[in-house]
Design a protein around this ligand. Structure first.
Ligand code: HEM
Length: 128
């Protein structure tokens, strides 16, 4: 029986830092996502790293620094449709491949991210 957290199973801080870096390189290059983001990804990378660390059972870095994540509320100022949610997930899938995440734990994490991404959708009537 494996009672380690997903954070530990994937290799902790080092793996997550790599995943986040690769992920935003794909986001930056994605035609449906790039324009939502600022030119400088430093800040969003830091926050995503902090968030995913706690999301996967590691130290509560995000909440310690920024309070409750309230992710849906924090995304309301950006128009996010189903197209953007799928685009986000496709970037994450590629990043997981390239960061070497495999097997059951990868599927588990991706399933949770899929739910979270769909939860961020805040507009349905246009795909812009
Ligand atoms: C921030 C887009 C899904 C976690 C942001 C920002 C944008 C964005 C534009 C703000 C960048 C800035 O600071 O200017 C999207 C889109 C998504 C999506 C289009 C598609 C569904 C997700 C998901 C997660 C997530 C699934 C978590 C797993 C975060 C975090 C921040 C953030 C932690 C920083 C929030 C803060 O502290 O301000 N996102 N996001 N996002 N996103 Fe997403």
């Amino acid at each position: 029986y494996d009672n380690r957290t997903p954070y530990e199973i994937i290799g902790g801080a080092e793996t997550l830092a790599r995943l986040v870096d690769i992920f935003y390189d794909h986001v930056k290059a994605h035609p449906d996502l790039a324009r939502l983001f600022p030119e400088d990804f430093t800040h969003v990378k830091e926050r995503q790293y902090q968030f995913l660390t706690q999301f996967l059972g590691g130290p509560t870095l995000y909440s310690d620094l920024h309070g409750h994540p309230m992710l849906r509320a924090r995304h309301m100022r950006f128009p996010i449709g189903p197209v953007q949610a799928e685009a986000w997930l496709s970037c994450m899938k590629k990043a997981m491949d390239e960061a070497g995440l495999e097997g059951e734990i990868r599927e588990h994490i991706f399933d949770r991210l899929r739910l979270t991404a769909h939860h961020m959708v805040n507009q349905w009537d246009q795909n812009e």
